[in-house]
Design a protein around this ligand. Structure first.
Ligand code: GLU
Length: 273
């Protein structure tokens, strides 16, 4: 009798959580049993995470996601990429809307309160993107009185608010591409986020936009997982280690970010915790 109630409770829980998505303790079990994964990625960042006109996704984060998924036992065809923006990545993981996030996602202590990270698999730095004819805005020290764009829920927006709030007027958009449009249109003076993201936009709008090139933060990109998924973190770190050492990481970086002219770094050290 007791076990029948237990079974009933499990069924109710599974239904309430949307078809059983929440019933796995680790992404490792989800991948092994379902053979499919939902992965949160950016959709408007050329070279990193971009939705192409045919609806497919391309970029370095996409390649990393595919490699890791494959190591977990999930074929590329069985991945559903779901667009995330900077502000909803933690919530998407917490709510089980995605199984993992590969989306230029910096590992921070604040975010570690809500999600877990494997990685880092790339290290970027906050920089500025300005119009090509801009000569006064040469670095963060020249931001005084400028109109700056960044994205809500991102570490660069947070840094501007905590360190440059007195000098600059910050406009927070939902996506970086919205910022790009506003800088191109002349309503705002600069976009601030990670240099590797900015390089993609500068290449997309060659002759119109340029990256200042003086990074002023360290952004370690991690793969976001549900909080306390220790087995998942280990398996994803193992997959990343393999991607670094078998040459796939360098190949993927060259093929995706290389075209922007961004100086390609070596693979970073994983920080297993
Ligand atoms: N890496 C930074 C962050 O996680 C900026 C890029 C982004 O917003 O995706 O907030």
């Amino acid at each position: 009798m007791k076990s029948r109630y237990a079974l009933f409770a499990v069924l109710v829980l599974a239904t309430a959580c949307g078809g059983g998505q929440e019933t796995y303790a680790s992404i490792v079990d989800k991948a092994k049993n379902d053979k499919k994964l939902v992965i949160g990625v950016k959709a408007d960042q050329p070279g990193l995470g971009l939705r192409t006109p045919d609806g497919a996704f391309a970029g370095f984060d996409i390649e990393v996601a595919r490699y890791v998924a494959k190591e977990l036992g999930v074929e590329p065809a069985n991945i559903t990429f779901k667009e995330t923006v900077s502000a909803n990545r933690e919530a998407f993981l917490e709510q089980g809307q995605v199984d993992m996030v590969v989306a230029t996602y910096s590992i921070t202590d604040a975010r570690k309160q809500k999600v877990s990270f494997a990685g880092p698999y790339f290290v970027a730095g906050q920089d500025l993107l300005v119009r090509a004819d801009e000569s006064a805005l040469t670095g963060p020290e020249a931001l005084n009185g400028k109109k700056l764009c960044s994205v809500a829920g991102s570490t660069p927006a947070q840094k501007v608010k905590s360190e440059y709030a007195k000098e600059v007027q910050l406009q927070e958009e939902r996506t970086y591409s919205a910022c790009v449009d506003r800088v191109l249109g002349g309503q705002l003076d600069a976009l601030t986020t990670d240099n590797v993201i900015l390089a993609g936009y500068a290449a997309q709008h060659a002759g119109k936009l340029k990256v200042v090139g003086k990074p002023f933060s360290t952004e370690k990109y991690g793969i976001g997982l549900r909080k306390d998924d220790t087995a998942g973190r280990k398996a994803v770190n193992d997959a990343l280690q393999k991607m670094f050492s078998d040459g796939s990481w360098t190949k993927a970086l060259q093929a995706s970010v290389g075209a922007s002219g961004f100086a390609l770094p070596q693979a970073p050290q994983l920080e297993r915790y």
